[in-house]
Ligand binder design. Sequence first.
Ligand SMILES: [Zn+2]
Length: 329
Amino acid sequence: MVNELALSEVAGGVFELRLPIPFEDHLVNVFLFADGDDVDLLDCGMNSDESVQAIHAAVSQVGAKRIRRLVVTHIHPDHYGAAGVLAGDGGADLYLHRLEIPLVNPRYVELEHLVKEVHKYLLVNGVPAGEAEVLSNSQRALSEVVKPADAAAQLDGAETLDMGRRQLRVEWTPGHSPGHICLYDASEKLLFAGDHMLPELSPNIGLHPQSTPDPLHEYLDGLKRLAAYEPNKILPAHGRPFSDAAGRVSTLAAHHRRRLDQILEIVSGGEMSAWEVALELWGPRENLYEKRLALQEGLAHLQALAVEGRLEKLVRPDAVRWRPPAQRA
Ligand SMILES: [Zn+2]
């Protein structure tokens, strides 16, 4: 078992462990920071036997006896799922950003309120009733691979954390999730990027009931801020480590600029719902998860365009619609 572990030392005393997940590229990377009998962990994979066993095996392989701290980049299932197994009573201390903490309960414990809220959000954004029912319920499946734990320490961003024998700075990078954080090791210019900066995928940036109000602008600002550090090595949560932060950031920014222009073009013909925009942009999708992501991503772009004054956003209790700005004399 142990020799099959996808464990490798990516910097002195820092180990990357690749854990199985049923989506994205089928692997999530978590990081172990060794310090004698203790090890600190960044992200923890999903709550499955295979994944948790791999973590325990990796802890002993790096020569540690216990997990001291568990820092989680954001509360999505592939990063936070096993938190309740590893942290809490007698286990590790869990560190979470303050904006992630209030998302946990509605998302994974008392789902009914959020399922209703998502249902209403889907309807006002133009999703037909039958589909809205099915899509709002798809929330439930994710809660099965998550065992929540309470945060022992709350982060705001800009803290210095001891991880293994290193000191890392917490970088708050909202967009993909409201309280997403990266960790930065200034001494070796290492950036532990979570889902914020990925080598191949463009992380989903969505406007939805649990997001911040203008996630796309926040996301792009965060990318620029981190690229300005000129990191030597970026260690992402999905995909392989890479080094060209500036190049990756300009590719991601160009991708979003193109998408903003496409959406502006789609809405130029008149008033539309976000669902109509998403259908035109991506075409009909079979996969439920993809449908929701497409709507959320379309909405994040529509909202950015409204914030910039390039579109008008109209809101009523039963419908949110978007149209080109009124012609001014
Ligand atoms: Zn994520």
